[in-house]
Design a protein around this ligand. Structure first.
Ligand code: PLP
Length: 398
């Protein structure tokens, strides 16, 4: 019997989702798991957004829409990009898809030829390399360091460019590190992208979750020449606690947007009509819920970051965005803890889950297995409880 296609054989499942699944399974079995694995806000979608979706349903808004999304939503996205990012796009340069993940997928499919190299700073969001491979591209990993807040420097980028390099993936604020690029840093990277004639895929899904007065800068806004070679990806999942609604979008030069629409027209067609109505309400409605979620995240970040840094063998730079901390745990590796060999962060993550029912994601999922990712998208009481368990475990084991 014939087997699976090579494409499918090369794919690995999303490790972040599989930890989450394992933690949820333990929860179902009645275990008191503290789940730091989650990649989504714990808040409910704001009421006025849910009301808009209910109204849309009652009004029979249940049919196909244009593939790229309804015009009022694309107009609202243009208004948002202008207001928040000083970016001028017209609705025919906007493509609404089934989550930002889908927007990234579409962009890579229409921009890459087989064998094209794509520069991915490490640590990276786990789906980038897989999506690049699905588009026939070759991921080129460029390490960053905690000393530099895990940010790619122009000289790192320049050194990684070859004649085959076609695209750079940037993610700010970043998952898993919480790093946020400053304007001057983006200018340096954009200069190299222009010199080397690269496309830039800028994943800005965590834009609204940013702390300590940091400003989110979209690289596309630096200069019209940069905008011409950039696809900006954003969405409503993280800012409005709407992960399940599956609405993301891309803003791109017209030929790229058109190619993405053509591709989407043969795969998913339009994203769900009702979810589009909800996303429209999210973008046009009151923004206070975003700010109150942001403030709650900031408080949790302060707590978890301080606590982690007080533990032996654990250290991490202060994240300035998103809802993750990414501590280095090298100091705990290569030891026996409670009789178990802990060689990697993956071993440590499994140990924490089994021993104290604390779920994290090992850095292997993001390209470096000396780290653990803790999401702080959970109640402060749970964060406190999880940190207490971790502290007591280390006190007993070290
Ligand atoms: N980009 C990054 C960096 C993410 O962390 C995620 C979700 O975890 C996404 C994109 C996908 O967002 P969406 O739920 O809108 O597909």
């Amino acid at each position: 019997m014939r087997g699976l296609a090579e494409r499918a054989q090369k794919l690995s499942p999303s490790p972040t989702l599989s930890v989450d699944t394992k933690a949820k399974e333990l929860l179902r079995q009645g275990e008191k798991v503290i789940n730091f694995g989650a990649g989504e806000p714990d808040f409910d979608t704001p009421e006025h957004i849910k009301e808009a979706a209910k109204r849309a349903l009652d009004q029979g808004f249940t049919k196909y829409t244009p593939v790229a999304g309804i015009l009022p939503l694309r107009e609202a996205i243009c208004e948002k990009l202008y207001r928040d990012n000083q970016l001028e796009y017209s609705p025919d340069e906007i493509v609404v898809s089934c989550g930002a993940k889908h927007s990234l997928y579409n962009a890579l499919q229409v921009l890459l030829n087989p064998g094209d190299e794509v520069i991915i700073p490490v640590p990276y969001w786990t789906s980038y390399p897989e999506q690049v491979k699905l588009a026939g591209g070759v991921p080129v990993f460029v390490p960053t360091t905690p000393e530099n807040d895990f940010k790619l420097r122009p000289e790192d980028l320049r050194a990684a460019v070859t004649p085959r390099t076609r695209l750079l993936i940037l993610n700010s604020p970043a998952n898993p590190t919480g790093s946020v690029y400053r304007r001057e840093e983006l200018i340096g990277l954009a200069e190299v992208a222009l010199e080397a004639d690269l496309w830039i895929l800028s994943d800005e899904i965590y834009e609204k979750l940013i702390y300590d007065g940091m400003e989110h800068v979209s690289i596309a806004a630096l200069d019209p020449e940069v905008k011409k070679r950039t696809v900006v990806v954003n969405g409503v999942s993280k800012a409005y606690a709407m992960t399940g609604w599956r609405i993301g979008y891309a803003a791109a030069p017209r030929p790229v947007a058109q190619a993405m629409i053509n591709l989407q027209s043969h795969s998913t067609s339009n994203p769900a009509s009702v979810a589009q109505a909800a996303a429209l309400a999210a973008l046009k409605g009151p923004q206070e819920p975003v700010e109150s979620m942001r403030q709650a995240f900031q408080k949790r970040r302060d707590f978890i970051w301080q606590h982690l840094n007080s533990l032996p063998g654990v250290r991490c730079p202060k994240p300035l965005g998103a809802f993750y901390v990414f501590p280095e745990v090298s100091g705990l590796l290569g030891r026996r803890l409670k009789g178990r060999e802990i060689a990697s962060a993956s071993d440590l993550a499994l140990f924490l889950l089994e021993e104290i029912k604390v779920a994290t994601v090992a850095g292997a999922a993001f390209g470096d297995d000396h780290y653990l990712r803790f999401s702080y998208a959970l109640r402060l009481e749970d964060i406190e409880e999880g940190m207490q368990r971790f502290k007591e475990l280390l006190e007993a084991a070290l």
